[in-house]
Design a protein around this ligand. Structure first.
Ligand code: IPM
Ligand code: MG
Length: 358
């Protein structure tokens, strides 16, 4: 039997609700498939851990996670701790420490999910955003000087390296090549940001030569937001910097109907370290503790984890179960206009996994 060691880190807020739901659905799925097992180990790292220990995870946290095959992550963020402390102390530490340089964010308008675009039909919106996940505006470069004085200054320097841009560009071209339309949109802001973004454009043109069968175009980030809304069908795979893609992927999630269903994979494509899979929505403390968070984004992230582990059949089965539940529309979370709780959505997906036809 194939076995995979999975570190589950629910983290904060609704992460504590959706990750256990995801673990239970994945356990039902592995029992149904019968040919592989996921051995979950759960870690209580996050803001409560910080309140007890003054840190988001133990000092040797990365060493503890290193032997795992993948990380199944919930969210970080707490009302009473500054965001930059919680994020840099756990999630970004894992992303940076494990060189998870490719952040993959698929978005699809699914059957049964009402999106805000009046004219878009399922099939018109089926994108994957590839977010550079290790440098750019998240490189952590910058500082504060003259603190507390009127002349105080804060700098935030975006870093783009030839190695970093080339590897994400190759990853994005390869991903675009693997999709039926073989279409990649390279997003920058090289009209205003005339150093790093021009380097992106140059490297995109170089790497494009290695992929003659992929059609690519180059768009400015502001303009691409209008294209996403007005002509979603014209897009397929999109590659952008860490911050640009952070913003575009929230827009994409909203256009596909809800933040609650959007998944993410933080990949270390070289497989020197475990990759990390998480819903995109964050800790959402406004609804935390109520048992009403939509777990679909966590389930879809679980399907991406199975893909990454090479369990394609199981991943497809889980996606079919998710699609079936959404298309039926009987058990829908509140973000999708329904009344179902986290547990009810999880149960519906488990029932769909057992349905004979998938
Ligand atoms: C995301 C989030 C994070 C990010 C935050 C919470 C740091 O917005 O996953 O998109 O910007 O990376
Ligand atoms: Mg974001």
């Amino acid at each position: 039997m194939r076995r995979y060691k999975i570190a589950a880190i629910p983290g904060d807020g609704i992460g504590k609700e959706v990750v256990p739901a995801g673990v239970s659905v994945l356990n039902v799925l592995t029992q149904r498939c019968g040919d592989f097992a996921l051995d979950f180990e759960s870690f209580d790292w996050g803001s409560d851990y910080w309140r007890r220990h003054g840190k988001m995870m133990p000092d040797d946290g990365l060493a503890v996670l290193k032997p795992f095959d993948a990380i199944y992550f919930g969210a970080v963020g707490d009302q009473n701790i500054p965001d930059h402390i919680t994020l840099w102390g756990l999630r970004l530490k894992i992303c940076q420490g494990f060189d998870q340089y490719a952040n993959v964010r698929p978005t699809r308008l699914m059957n049964g999910v009402p999106g805000p675009l009046a004219k878009a039909r399922p099939g018109d919106l089926d994108w994957v955003i590839v977010r550079e996940n290790s440098e750019g505006e998240y490189a952590g470069h910058g500082g504060r000087a003259h603190q507390g004085h009127p002349e105080e200054v804060g700098t935030e320097t975006a870093i783009y390296t030839r190695a970093g841009v080339t590897r994400i560009m190759r990853f994005a071209f390869r991903l675009a090549q693997s999709r039926p339309r073989k279409l990649l949109t390279v997003v920058t802001k090289s009209n205003a940001q005339r150093h790093g973004m021009v380097l992106w454009d140059e490297i995109a043109a170089e790497v494009a030569k290695e992929f003659p069968d992929v059609t690519h175009d180059k768009w400015l980030v502001d303009a691409v937001t209008t294209r996403m809304v007005l002509n979603p069908k014209s897009l397929d795979t999109i590659v952008a910097t860490n911050l640009h893609a952070d913003i575009l992927s929230d827009l994409a999630a909203a256009l596909s109907g809800s933040m609650g269903i959007a998944p993410t994979a933080n990949l270390n494509p070289d497989r020197n370290y475990p990759s990390m899979f998480e819903p995109i929505h964050g800790s959402a403390f406004d609804i935390a503790g109520k048992g009403i968070a939509n777990p679909i984004g966590t389930f879809w992230s679980g399907a991406m984890m199975l893909e990454h582990l090479g369990e394609r059949a199981a991943a497809a089965k889980l996606m079919s179960a998710i699609e079936l539940v959404l298309a039926k529309g009987e058990v829908m979370g509140r973000d999708l206009g329904g009344t179902a709780s986290t547990a009810e959505v999880a149960q519906a997906v488990c029932d769909a996994i057992h349905a004979a036809n998938i």
